[in-house]
Design a binder for this molecule. Structure first.
Ligand code: PMP
Length: 462
């Protein structure tokens, strides 16, 4: 048998899976997904699943969108590759950059393309440093991110990420990256505190951190409008209203990581609009191409660009770029994706159907295992607890979230467990009826979890 003809290509042993417990994986093996259609994917036995996570928060137009296939094919025939180094360009890159600047939620000036969200945020770290060098303040370099924020896995973007298990084994974060508190009221709100008080306290804590470090050393603050991989954490309504003036006061750039929220997920084109943000830099990925091909981007404001031009004049080339920055086939697919969002008014669609997810899941609020249901638009999280009154979790060794996800899978629904929180982020094209079905399947998974917990005699950790 030649290459690609061997049954061994399906063998779990040859594939080093990202973000996978390799020991467990040795026993259970992967779920092999063979094809997709609309909001459904099908495994190699033909079983259908609702893709309740749009893959990894990304296939917003679902599977089998022929216009994207055609856009890719056309571009593959015309010009399958060209780069954008040393004054070169190609139409798909030029057109996509223009489209992004047009739909940007605040005035943006230039677009830098990367292949992934991690690379986009990694690029941002360098841009922020370059910018402050250009302004002649090389000491102003530290970047503040947040506990439970997720910004990627390259060395710099993993450092921005605020998840301890992504730092622990890798000697991260790198120097100059700090983390401030996570705006999760259910978990971190104090006795007697309102959400508003909590937001005020977090803004004060951010200011204390800035003052303790010295404002002249802090360059930027990065945040997802709604935190995704940290467990779908929706900030208090006034959180960003309180954070942003602190940043302004100390001349600190605001970077909005729109990798998940971008392109309709929260019920606005960008999370920036949902929370009235004024970012200086925006990163996007995932839904930019509905994930049909890898592409991501960094958008920067005019003052940042102008400083970069001056720096470029002083020291020469801006020494950063990837072979596949703005790959023409990816760019052509992304451009077509943005056209489809506009033509189908995806934002209105999200607003119309979202109550079927949000209200549907909130009906489980009284469920004995459900601590909190949170979400906005077509992103949601359900946090599983062992004791509703005390919010005590199950022993982490039980990995209760993984069990819920497994039961959901048995009922034909793919969701993602982030610790004890189950994440939902279906394709944005999902219908109300499909969302009702998704919620019903999740209800069955919760019932199975009750039986599982009872059978095993599991209880809250003391
Ligand atoms: N930022 C956010 C908010 C993300 O959710 C992700 C991916 N889950 C990333 C950055 C990193 O993107 P990628 O996996 O494409 O590198």
């Amino acid at each position: 048998s030649g290459i690609g003809n061997s049954a061994a290509s399906r063998d779990k042993a040859y594939y080093l899976h990202p973000y996978t417990n390799l020991k467990t994986h040795e026993d259970v093996g992967p779920l092999v997904i063979e094809r997709g259609e609309g909001v459904h994917v099908f495994d190699d036995s033909g079983k259908a699943y609702i893709e309740g996570m749009a893959g990894l928060w990304c296939t917003s137009l679902g599977f089998g969108e022929e216009r994207l296939v055609e856009a890719a094919t056309r571009q593959l025939r015309k010009l399958p590759f060209y780069h954008a180094f040393t004054h070169k360009a190609h139409d798909p890159g030029i057109d996509l950059a223009e489209a992004l600047i047009k739909i940007a939620p605040v005035p943006m000036s230039k677009v830098f393309f990367t292949n992934s969200g991690s690379e986009a945020n990694d690029t941002v770290v360098k841009l922020v440093w370059y910018y402050n060098n250009a302004l002649g303040r090389p000491h102003k370099k530290k970047i503040i991110a947040r506990q439970k924020g997720y910004h990627g896995v390259t060395v710099a973007s993993a450092s921005l990420t605020g998840l301890p298990h992504l730092h622990r084994d890798f000697d991260l974060p790198i120097a100059g990256i700090l983390h401030t508190d996570c705006p999760h009221f259910y978990r971190y709100g104090q006795e007697g505190e309102t959400e508003e008080d909590f937001a005020t306290r977090l803004a004060d804590q951010l200011e204390q951190l800035i003052l303790a470090e010295g404002p002249e050393t802090i360059a930027a603050f990065i945040a997802e409008p709604v935190m995704g991989a940290g467990g779908v954490i929706v900030p208090p309504a006034t959180y960003f209203d309180k954070i942003q003036p602190v940043l302004k006061r100390y001349d600190i750039l605001f970077i909005a990581d729109e990798v998940i929220c971008g392109f309709g997920r929260t019920g606005s084109m960008f999370g920036t609009q949902t929370y009235n943000l004024q970012p200086d830099i925006i990163t996007v990925a995932k839904a930019l191409s509905s994930a049909y091909l890898p592409i991501a981007a960094v958008m920067i404001s005019e003052p940042i660009y102008q400083a970069m031009v001056r720096q470029s004049e002083k020291i020469g080339t801006f020494g950063h770029g990837y072979t596949y920055s703005g790959h023409p086939v990816s760019a052509a697919v992304a451009l077509e994706t943005l056209k489809i969002y506009e033509e189908r008014d995806i934002v209105s669609h999200v607003r119309t159907v979202a109550p079927h997810l949000q209200d549907g899941l909130r009906r489980f609020r009284n469920h004995p295992l459900v601590g909190e249901v949170r979400g906005i638009g077509l992103i949601a999280g359900v946090e599983i607890v062992a004791d509703k009154a005390t919010k005590a979790p199950f022993d982490p060794k039980v990995a209760i979230g993984a069990h819920v996800a497994r039961f959901a899978q048995e009922h034909g629904l793919i969701v993602r467990a982030m610790g004890d929180t189950i994440g939902f982020s279906p394709p944005l094209i999902i219908t109300s009826a499909e969302l009702d079905e998704l919620v019903a399947k999740f209800g069955k998974a919760l019932d199975d979890t009750v039986s599982f917990v009872t059978d095993k005699g599991l209880a809250a950790v003391a």
